[in-house]
Design a protein. Sequence first.
Length: 483
Amino acid sequence: MVSFASGDSYPADWQAQRQKKNQLEFISILHSLTGIIILTFFNRHYLGCTGTHMAIDWYKEFVNLDYEPEKDDLVCLFYFEPAAGVSGKEAVGRIASESSTGTWTTLFTMPPRMKALQATAFDIEGNVAKIAYPLELWEEGNAVQLMSGIGGNIFGMKALKNLRLIDASLPRSYLKKFRGPHFGNNGIRKMMGVHGRPLTGAVPKPKIGFSAKEHAEVGYETWMGGFDFVKDDENLTSVSFNRFEDRVKYLTKLRQKAEKETGEKKSAFLNITADVETMKKRADLLAENGWNYAMIDVVVAGTAGVMTMRDYCSDLGLAIHAHRAMHATFTRNRKHGITMQFLAKLMRLIGVSQIHTGTAVGKLTGSRRESVALADLLREKKTKAVDGMLLDQDWGTIKSAFPVSSGGLHPGLVPEVMDIYGTEMILLVSGGIHGHPKGTRAGAKATMQAIEAWQEGITLEEKAKKTNELREALGKWGHYKPV
């Protein structure tokens, strides 16, 4: 705008200039209004606007309570708690959306196939929901990618106060690209020559601190007491006072001695956990020395590492003992994280031969109901649904795996553990044999006598009348349950 001081004369074409300026301003305003009208029309018709307000999110489009899952759908069971101000339906829609084809806002355009790829929440009962995922969302034979989807960003969403993946039902079409356990339980029993009773093992205790030679000597006493396995614990790999190579050397020598003296097959779960290349070298060493097992801390090693080592160990003829160290960081919270049963299912899918599942009567958390569910999903060809805990699962050609009962056990608790698991398990009793008044060998014998008592249908006290080792064990621990 041009200003003129008092007394100045106006230009001759002043009125023409002002008229032209006003016309330009009017055209500019008209363009702005037209843009708003066009944008509003576009958003209302293409971006999900309803009424007089423009829609931002589209989470509820991922909920359809009339949907019936397809045969090839992968179905997940979630526990959820919405954040304040978020409805249950919206919360579940967010889970389905963010774990499949959705995002936080409506989009300008999408290919038509996206609709067929989106997950669908089809059942909501209180704080438990079932979500179906099309098979096409998942890469064949890639358990890592599966976890990135159903165990990924959804757990960090602010709209959810809590979220827990309880279980997932894996369709046969998804399973067929996985190899599962190499041996299966029957193969392990054949390999060890043990039938009709639990396979037994023990960790030299304390779990870390022995030299390689001392560790092997404790292992020898364990074998001589009748046990099948000696086990490294989760944090013993290759430390300065107990190198992996030395432990293999000493244990190999004493394994051969124990086998010659007992006429029984003996073995060990030696912990190879490290980076993948180091694990391969350690697995090679085990195979070269005639071992048939390797142990891996499967949670800390990672899903990808376990997948790689499953095939590598299989080629060497090694079964995998899976220790679950660190699992409780995400399985123990009843409202948030991932359950132990799903972790066990994942490990059977990948192909470990056995995994720790708790005792229900020892020092670690876990109920009897959970222990039974874990045992079933590892051992059975078809797992039946358990309300709020398991979904139906047909394992197809995937072989079985053993549950491993461990943690705070001694001979006095053996019958209770066997009431839960039966004989189809790996039973680890460690402190409960090494703390025996007469030492490790006597403790192992006492445990084997407790197993015999259960099989014979008699009480431990009755069995102890004829067995000194069991009588002394009961004299120290009775039926004490550690906490």
